[in-house]
Design a protein around this ligand. Sequence first.
Ligand code: SPV
Ligand code: MG
Length: 294
Amino acid sequence: MKKTTKLKQLIHSSQLSYLMEAHNGLSGKIVEEAGFQGIWASGLSISASMGVRDCNEASWTQIVDILEFMSDATSIPILVDGDTGYGNFNNARRLVQKLEQRNIAGVCIEDKQFPKTNSFINSHQQPLADITEFCGKIQAMKDTQKDDDFMVIARIETFIAGWGLEETLKRAEAYRNAGADALLIHSKRSDSSEIEAFMNEWGGKCPIVIVPTTYYKLSADELENLGVNLVIWANHNLRSSIQAMKKISQQIFQEQSLVNIENSVVPLKEVFRLQGTEELQKAENEYFPNSSKR
Ligand code: SPV
Ligand code: MG
């Protein structure tokens, strides 16, 4: 099945589905091996792993290069965090073309202005996009996609930017009418009250995606009971790897030796396995039989 069709099915499934964050080919592979059915290519995590801020400091082509590695390394669908689409409708529709060429399954764009700022930073100062302009962007993206199953998800930042339920519902209806395949309702509260309020009024008119980073205390059952379709674990591979890298760097720096280290890191052969070294060795036997003699 095509990756686009898989993502579409996940979003429309009657069961709650989950996407796990990855930020490069390696983390994408780890997410797939863990059993997840899809990947969230997080703007926060990709920018952080590049050592820059989550405000479009990395150019969109630099992001697309990373996405190409992620897509090549995995067989499950990738939903890309497309920020604001990197400009106006024209930039956003060109992004769709480039993502489809790389076998990406869908993209999520948020109704803020370029350059965006991460939703958890200075969110009271984050201007929202004009509704009509954002609807044109969604339409242009949907009109551009060649594969009917490519997903365009519209992310609503009203709660993040200090607006209420009324504005959220108004935008939700407008973006759905513009052709969005699903809506991501973002919240930075430590509880799910904003999401619950929205779900009570929305009435299942189209699939809903959430990112419970700050309301992380919800149990699996509580998440299920919200009635949303897709949950994104948005940054947890990035955050766990930062913790692991800090710990090992500090320990090696202090001990100036690897004596106590070897058993707390994966063996090299695991790195080679994840890189697919075995496949190359088989290919060498087939296509390059005398390679060992050279
Ligand atoms: C991301 O993962 O980059 C997101 C989600 O956009 S958030 O960081 O919550 O804005
Ligand atoms: Mg983001």
